[in-house]
Structures are given as structure tokens and as C-alpha cells.
Write a protein that binds this ligand. Structure first.
Ligand SMILES: Cc1cc2nc3c(=O)[nH]c(=O)nc-3n(C[C@H](O)[C@H](O)[C@H](O)COP(=O)(O)O)c2cc1C
Length: 204
């Protein structure tokens, strides 16, 4: 495989993993993941990201209580080997500090994939509870949590919009607006269950 195939393979293989086996991650792998974050680009090279690394089981379980997957608590966060809480310092010298921090997080998830470690972004969390749990000062913006761990099972691959529906050549063409991703259709009891779930989760 050449380099471009390798990187595309890693990008495509990265999944949001929501079942972990609670195993500790090797320190050198955690180090590589954090280094991948450290080498992210940032506006004016301000490097506004700050990473809080959590590995103690009781803290991971407490984080799971403050984070969500749709309307459910993120149980998988409590089963992760580590969680990196991505923060950004607005005073670091970049106007793009949330973007910078998100790019660092992306680098980390890709490095984790290359190391055979699953990951999951968590953007739905109880900010104040996490701040006080981890003593994160008010001057930092809390961007996201990323759970890392060894996957049990196999995460499904959520569909992507086609390139032709998201790429506009030379100028934006409103006629090319992306459609809604087609969901599987079920019949009978499954269909009623599906409708109930969609109402619960506020989906069409
Ligand atoms: C910024 C961001 C926030 C996300 N927040 C959550 C979240 O709070 N809980 C969760 O379980 N997954 C979360 N995800 C994961 C997405 O649901 C997932 O990336 C998407 O469904 C595509 O699946 P894939 O990552 O396997 O390709 C988040 C992803 C991103 C990039």
C-alpha cells in the first residue's frame, strides 16, 4: 500500500466505537495519540488546545454519567481505557481555537485507529459537571471528550452523502443541495417501533 492508500484506509476505518473492553491502553500508545494531537495545525500556530487525560476507572464512570449518546448516558465512556477531554484556550492567540482543538482531536482518533485502538467523540456532555469533576478552569473552553479503548464487537458504518451531492465546482449551486440520507424501511411491529424511536430521538 502506498502512503495515500494507507492514510485513506485509516480515515475510512476509523469508526465511532461504543463498546470497549475496559482494558488499559499501553502508555506508549497513549503517548503517540497525544503526540498526534500536538502536531495538529492551528491558526497562527497558537496551539490553543489543552488535553486532560483520564484513565482512573471511577473518573471514567463519573464522566459516563455526564455524557450522552443520543438520549442515553454514554456507558461506553465508563468502559474506555482512557478519555481525553479536549479544551481550548481562547487567550492563546488564535481566533480559530475551537477549530484548532477539533483538528487536534481528529489527529488523535486517526492515530488511535492506526494503533488498533477504537475511539468515540462525545460532544453531548454536561459541561459544568465535567468542569468541576476535572477542575477545568472557566478560562478554557470545553470542546469535546474523546473516549479511547479496545473495541468489543464491530461498529456499523454509518452512510456518507455522495461526493456529487456535497461538492460544488467553482461556485455554489443551490440545485445540488444534499438529500436526506435514506433510512432503512421496516414493516409491521418493527415499523411502529421505528416510528416510536424516531419520535423519541426527534428524527424524521
Ligand atoms: C463533534 C462530534 C460530536 C459527537 N458527539 C457524539 C456524542 O455526544 N455521543 C456519541 O455517542 N457520538 C458522538 N459523535 C459520533 C458521531 O455520532 C459519529 O461520528 C457519526 O455518527 C458518524 O459515525 P462514524 O464516526 O462511525 O463514522 C460525535 C462526533 C463528532 C465529530
Amino acid at each position: 500500500m502506498n502512503e495515500s492508500e494507507t492514510i485513506f484506509n485509516i480515515i475510512k476505518r476509523r469508526r465511532s466505537v461504543r463498546h470497549f473492553n475496559r482494558a488499559k491502553l499501553p502508555d506508549e500508545h497513549m503517548q503517540q495519540i497525544l503526540e498526534a494531537g500536538r502536531w495538529a495545525p492551528s491558526g497562527a500556530n497558537a496551539q490553543p488546545w489543552r488535553f486532560v487525560v483520564v484513565t482512573r476507572r471511577e473518573t471514567l464512570v463519573a464522566l459516563a454519567e455526564c455524557s450522552y449518546y443520543k438520549v442515553f448516558k454514554s456507558r461506553h465512556v465508563g468502559e474506555a481505557g482512557a478519555v481525553v477531554v479536549i479544551c481550548a484556550d481562547p487567550a492563546a492567540g488564535s481566533q480559530t481555537y475551537p477549530l484548532d482543538a477539533a483538528i487536534a482531536g481528529t489527529n488523535m482518533t486517526l492515530m488511535a485507529t492506526a494503533l488498533g485502538i477504537g475511539s468515540c467523540w462525545i460532544g453531548a456532555f454536561e459541561e459544568q459537571n465535567i468542569r468541576s469533576l476535572l477542575k477545568i478552569p472557566g478560562k478554557l473552553m470545553l470542546i469535546a471528550l474523546i473516549a479511547f479503548g479496545y473495541e468489543t464487537g464491530k461498529a456499523s458504518v454509518p452512510p456518507r452523502l455522495s461526493l456529487s451531492s456535497i461538492v460544488h465546482n467553482e461556485a455554489y449551486d443551490a440545485a445540488g443541495e444534499p438529500g436526506i440520507i435514506t433510512k432503512k424501511k421496516y414493516s409491521g411491529a418493527l415499523s411502529v417501533f421505528g416510528k416510536l424511536m424516531r419520535v423519541l430521538f426527534n428524527k424524521r
